[in-house]
Every structure is written in structure tokens, then in C-alpha cells.
Write a protein that binds this ligand. Sequence first.
Ligand code: COA
Length: 253
Amino acid sequence: MGERTVEYEAEGHIAVVRLNRPDRLNALNRQLQDELGQAFAAAEAARDVRVLILTGAGRAFSVGADIEELETTAEGAARQLQASLACLSSPERLRKPVIAAVNGYALGGGFELALACDIVVASDRAVFSVPEPTLGVVPGLAMQRLPRLVGVMRAREILLTARRLSAQEAREYGLVSRVAPHDDLMEQARSVAMGMTELAPLALELLKATINRNLLSSDLVFAERANAWLFTTRDAREGIRAFREKRKPNFSG
Ligand code: COA
């Protein structure tokens, strides 16, 4: 297993969960997904903890799926996508609110993980994008959630161009509620969290559940199956191989 890829520390009513695979820009490999689940479970179980802050070590929040581990067989891709969708959407299933403190790149699954949090605070160095189509696949969660979060036309533009958004643009789109100077990010996230710790925990739990119930009724099974199929196509194999070989992919459709 080696070193831990997720750090957990609780102090008072606030737990900080830090993705910690900085040399891989916090790419979400299996170990990290497992350990993130464990950290969230610890925070849910800790009586004192009322609010979580999720952030990343180094220059990325997370660059999404670990491309080295991606499987392109039908069975392998289906299994992997199911696990990864469950992980990426896991902040939505916690009773306690989660603040994403986005410290750098939030790409693909990293962007989706932030979208699944209740409040997003970003460093002025944060970069958001869903580059999956550059690999020949689709961002399963973002394509479901973004249209409701930012409106259909903006979501189309973000998804169909796979372009990058700066922290400021993400704020203008309503994806981020505050942009902090990079070095003040955690302080600002903590200050938002501190304010929330003074509110009634059960009231926050009910608010979160109600907001998500209305927002998240979309069916993730379709996205998961469609994407599992995409992973087996020649273009996805080409996109993934091209990333590993550090060259531009040549897609044939
Ligand atoms: N999975 C696995 N490894 C990844 C990765 C990912 N998603 N993203 C980056 N890495 C690795 C790089 O291969 C590199 O490894 P190396 O040092 O052994 O060469 C290391 O992390 C640092 O990344 P690098 O590309 O050198 O940094 P950069 O500053 O030049 O570029 C990015 C940063 C984020 C723009 C670039 O890494 C990138 O485009 N990553 C892919 C993101 C992506 O497509 N995510 C969606 C996955 S479905």
C-alpha cells in the first residue's frame, strides 16, 4: 500500500480531509478512492465534527481519474466507473456539509468531486475543466450535474469544448462562492466552516438533504453504462495511450 494518500485531521468541530498524492497531482487511483471513503466515514462518525473541508496537497486539488489505471475492457471499465462515480458523488451522501477548498487544478473527476461538495471556495490559482473528451470518454457526473448548476447553455459550453475556467470565471458561473488569494485559501475556508459550526447541525443536515433531493434526481445509471461502452472504443484506447505517450491523440470517431 505504501504511504497514505488521504490525510484526515479533526480539530474542534471541523475536519480537514486532504488529498495527498501531490507527485501525481492527486489523481484518484484506487487507494486514494478507498482512503477518501475511510476519511469521510471517520468524519461522519466523529461526534464533534460538524463541517468538513476537502482540499488537496501540492499544486492540484485533483486531476481526476488516474489515467495509468484506466481499464478499457468492457467489464473492467464498468467496474471502475461504478466505483469512481460512487467516490466522486460521495460528498453528496454525507449528512454533514462539505466545503471544497480548491487549491489548484480541479480537472475531470477532481472538478466533479468539487461539484459534489456543498460549498466551493477556490484559490485564485484554481483551474476547472472536464478534459475527458480529450481522452475519448465523458465526465459521468459533470454531464448530469452541470446543466442544473450553471444552466444548460453554460454547461454545454464547458462540456462540449472541454475548455479551462479560471477561478474567477467559475465564480461568475456560480460554481464557486469565494475566490481567495492562494495563501489565504485555507483560512477563508475555515472561516466559512467556523460560521457553519455555530448553526444547528440537524438543521444543516435537513437543508443539505432537501437541496440534494431536489437537485440530484437525475439518473446516473445511463451515464455510467454509456461511458463504460465509450471506454471500449478505439478512440478511448487511443486517447488514453496518447496521454501516456505524451502526444496528441488522433481520433477517428
Ligand atoms: N492520471 C495519472 N497521472 C497523471 C494525471 C492523471 N489524470 N495527470 C497528471 N498525471 C501525472 C503526469 O503524468 C506527470 O507524471 P510524471 O511526472 O511521471 O511525468 C505528473 O502527474 C505531473 O503532471 P504533468 O503533466 O507533468 O504536469 P503539468 O503541469 O505539465 O500539467 C495537467 C498538468 C493537469 C494539465 C496535465 O497533467 C493533464 O492534462 N493531466 C490530465 C488531466 C485529465 O485528463 N484528467 C481527466 C482524467 S479522466
